[in-house]
Write a protein that binds this ligand. Structure first.
Ligand SMILES: *[C@@H]1O[C@H](CO)[C@@H](O)[C@H](O)[C@H]1NC(C)=O
Ligand SMILES: *[C@@H]1O[C@H](CO)[C@@H](O)[C@H](O)[C@H]1NC(C)=O
Length: 235
């Protein structure tokens, strides 16, 4: 199984195969290279699925890297290529493609204290920032796939720049203040577009309706000191 998952030359899945796999929920990679589905995926809410999906993706990537290292050390022989093994092999390749992303480090993203718990429990999965010279120009360097420290400089009792989480940038959007919508507000853990605009103006008081803003979508990569074992209960 391990070799199947990690080996190089493989056939690709058709679009309908992939959709069927998506309906079953994300695939979790076990420490030994085995693959599992979440037994309660069908019962999860959309929000629960999003959170579980993010946590599993982050853990899968760590385990995949660990397994690759183990495999390099062990250098085991190729398994037989039976029909069943080929489909597992294709499945492994699909999983690997889904997980493969660069791990470059971007600048830290600072958050207000009220957002810290929301980020840690997955209710907030995006942040809108003004990256103009009078805003946070450093954040314009963040690219999709970057890892970034999430800090809270105004949280009391913390070392100034100690990160409370590691985030992986999953999507970037450019939009304008007057085009912010309720869907994005919900992704940010806020009630409405107006609430999102009001929140933005707390941080950038001079922001006008026509100003460009950047939306950073992120996945929670790790909480400090967290044992990734416990992030998601698996079958
Ligand atoms: C992210 O946080 C870690 C741990 O505190 C630190 O070693 C690293 O330098 C930070 N990276 C950036 C870009 O701030
Ligand atoms: C709402 O805003 C988000 C973030 O900019 C965007 O991705 C989405 O397409 C918008 N939705 C609608 C219905 O305009």
């Amino acid at each position: 199984m391990l070799l199947l998952l990690l080996s190089g030359s493989v056939p690709t899945l058709s679009e309908s195969d992939r959709q069927q796999l998506d309906a079953l929920g994300p695939v979790a990679l076990g420490k030994d290279g085995s693959l599992h589905r979440l037994s309660n995926w069908a019962e999860l809410t959309a929000g629960g699925r999003e959170t579980a999906g993010r946590l599993i993706a982050a853990r899968n990537e760590k385990r995949r890297m660990r397994l690759l290292e183990e495999q390099a050390r062990a250098a085991e022989p190729e398994p037989e290529r039976t029909q069943a093994r080929w489909s597992l092999r294709a499945f492994g390749a699909w999983l690997t493609r889904r997980l493969r992303r660069p791990a470059e480090e971007g600048p830290a993203i600072d958050f207000a204290p009220e957002f810290v718990p929301q980020i840690l429990d997955g209710r907030k999965a995006a942040t809108t920032r003004y990256v103009g010279v009078d805003g946070e120009p450093l954040l314009s360097r963040l690219k999709v796939g970057h890892l970034a420290n999430a800090t809270c400089r105004t949280c009391s009792g913390r070392a100034s720049a100690a990160p409370f989480a590691r985030l992986r940038i999953s999507r970037l959007e450019r939009t304008r203040v007057d085009r912010l919508n309720g869907t994005l507000a919900a992704t940010e853990g806020l009630g409405s577009a107006d609430e999102l605009r009001a929140t933005l103006r707390r941080f950038y008081p001079h922001l006008r309706d026509a100003d460009p803003v950047r939306v950073l979508h992120f996945a929670l990569e790790a909480r400090p000191g967290e044992d990734e074992q416990e992030a998601v209960a698996l079958t």
